[in-house]
Ligand binder design. Structure first.
Ligand code: PNS
Length: 188
């Protein structure tokens, strides 16, 4: 029987419990699953690719058939490079469907041999997105049940730096101004 390798591409800025839920589901039906973080130099993410990779590696350490990688360029080209036959994506609600359908059909046009497989995370994560997690964290809300502990820790570290900056405790330094402005960035 052919082994099925899938990639799960995304921004993961930051990874959430919804992502983890999908990774767990994917790891059960595919022989191999690669969580692939898009390196997109045009975007200004909250977490560096290296940070996101570290968080995802820690989150997925217990899954033997899951690995974490980064890529740039087209997702379909990356999938081909790593010899994956499936692109895994999550659909939380009908509102995700249009964008995901468009992407899946474009990817099929670009590379007809690849299949996109949609999976639904648990209902309790259906409202969860990286953007909302960033916003809740920035505004001081609890993110405890929204992200794995390692991500919560990293978010709190970022917030501490941003708050110190706002209180004038730390006035200079790229990291501090970055931390402050990135929490405010609007990102889909
Ligand atoms: O987590 P996200 O931001 O919804 O993930 C979107 C992602 C990374 C899957 C998508 O933007 C993507 O595939 N980008 C790589 C460039 C590409 O292949 N574009 C054509 C998509 S049809």
């Amino acid at each position: 029987m052919k082994r099925i390798k899938a990639i799960y591409p995304g921004s993961f800025d930051p990874p959430t419990n919804g992502h983890l839920d999908l990774i767990e589901r994917g790891s059960k039906i595919f022989d191999e699953l690669v969580v692939a973080i898009l390196r997109n130099p045009e975007k200004d993410p909250l977490f560096s690719v290296a940070d996101r990779r570290k968080m995802l590696e820690a989150m997925t350490a217990d899954f033997d058939n899951v690995s974490v990688d980064t890529f740039d360029g087209l997702t379909v080209d990356y999938a081909l490079r790593v010899e994956a036959r499936v692109i895994l994506r999550g659909i939380r609600a009908i509102s995700d469907y249009e964008y995901e359908l468009q992407m899946a059909l474009m990817n099929r046009k670009l590379q007809p041999g690849l299949e996109t497989v949609f999976m639904m995370p648990a209902e309790k994560y259906s409202y969860l997105s990286s953007r909302l997690v960033r916003e809740v964290a920035q505004l001081g809300g609890s993110i405890n049940c929204l992200v794995p502990e390692i991500v919560g820790q990293k978010l709190r570290e970022k917030m501490d730096v941003a708050h110190k900056f706002e209180n004038g405790e730390q006035r200079v330094g790229k990291t501090h101004s970055e931390a402050k402005s990135k929490f405010r960035k609007k990102k889909p």
